[in-house]
Write a protein that binds this ligand. Structure first.
Ligand SMILES: [Zn+2]
Length: 310
């Protein structure tokens, strides 16, 4: 009995040793894709572009919900429970994600904050922000970093390194996919910047503070914000000032978003004669915005057309 146990134990040890020599992925089911969960669909696109067939990506948001006020569904919990990696933006954007991760109780899950290392724009620097609103140090930077393709590159790099970390066998694929995608990002950015060159009046009123990185990269000027804090209704005093300022400075374009209630932008447009253009900070928010590159092209071209017509 004892020698049988010893023989069996040494057999198991041998098997483990062979598997270690063959490389860790042998311990996984044969080529099962890496289960990845992302908070917002822009991260799904990045993870799919880098991961290709080696990943299976679930996005918690579809693109039609607000990233600030989302309530996770039971299926989200199941997805997080089964995942190896969770990609988030961070910076207080997905305030609902921490409790979801905790409740899922998945000890193997690695949460990757993809905004690490990005130079932030501070929210209170945004023009049109209401004076006297206490500044929250925890959220010292505006979290909508992905709307600048230069920041997107940093996020893609974090995703690549995380995939290489859990699946080193396919490191060459991930790095090659990343390089191809970064080149494509550069091309689209250059094309869009060239298209925008003749545009003169670049001033916009925005719905919620999602656009400072986008505006800075593509040369738009945010002349005011309807919601100075996501999820909070603006005061009557703030709206009155915004209307006065729009009339005085002849700001002709209001950016509305499909994830938010259109009533206030519509009222502002009626009051001032400005026109509304609906842009989406999240892929999938409007038809023709399924990928990040489509989203960039859609937002830049729609906005340029509105400003030209304004
Ligand atoms: Zn937002």
């Amino acid at each position: 009995m004892r020698s049988w146990c010893l023989r069996r134990a040494s057999g198991v040890l041998l098997t483990v040793a062979v598997m270690v020599l063959m490389g860790a992925p042998a311990l996984q089911a044969a080529e099962a894709p890496i289960a990845v969960v992302v908070t917002i669909p822009v991260l799904r696109d990045f993870a799919q572009r880098v991961g290709g067939a080696h990943v299976q990506v679930v996005s918690l948001l579809s693109g039609l919900e607000s990233e600030h006020t989302y309530s996770p569904k039971p299926s989200d919990m199941m997805a997080v429970r089964k995942a190896q990696l969770l990609f988030e933006v961070g910076l207080g954007l997905e305030i609902w994600a921490a409790s979801l991760v905790k409740a899922a109780g998945n000890s193997k899950l690695r949460v990757v904050t993809t905004s690490r290392g990005i130079a932030l724009i501070r929210d209170h620097e945004a023009p049109g922000a209401e004076a006297g609103v206490p500044h929250d140090d925890q959220h010292a930077g505006n979290p909508h970093v992905w709307l600048d393709p230069e920041n997107a590159k940093m996020m893609v790099r974090h995703i690549t390194e995380a995939l290489v970390g859990v699946d080193p066998l396919h490191a060459a694929d991930y790095r090659m996919n990343q390089a191809a995608y970064l080149r494509e990002l550069d091309e689209v950015q250059t094309d869009l910047q060239r298209e925008l060159k003749p545009l003169k009046d670049r001033r916009i009123i925005v719905h919620h503070p999602a656009w400072p990185y986008f505006a800075r990269r593509f040369g738009f000027t945010i002349a005011g914000e309807i919601l100075t804090q996501a999820g909070a209704e603006p005061s009557a005093r703030h709206l009155k000032r915004l209307i006065e300022s729009m009339r005085k400075h002849q700001v002709r374009v209001i950016v509305s978003e499909p994830q938010l209630n259109p009533k206030i932008p519509e009222a502002l447009a009626r009051e001032t004669g400005a026109q509304i253009v609906v842009l989406t900070p999240l892929p999938g928010g409007m038809p023709g915005t399924d990928t990040y590159l489509d989203l960039l092209r859609y937002n830049v071209r729609r906005l340029a057309r509105s400003l030209e017509a304004g």
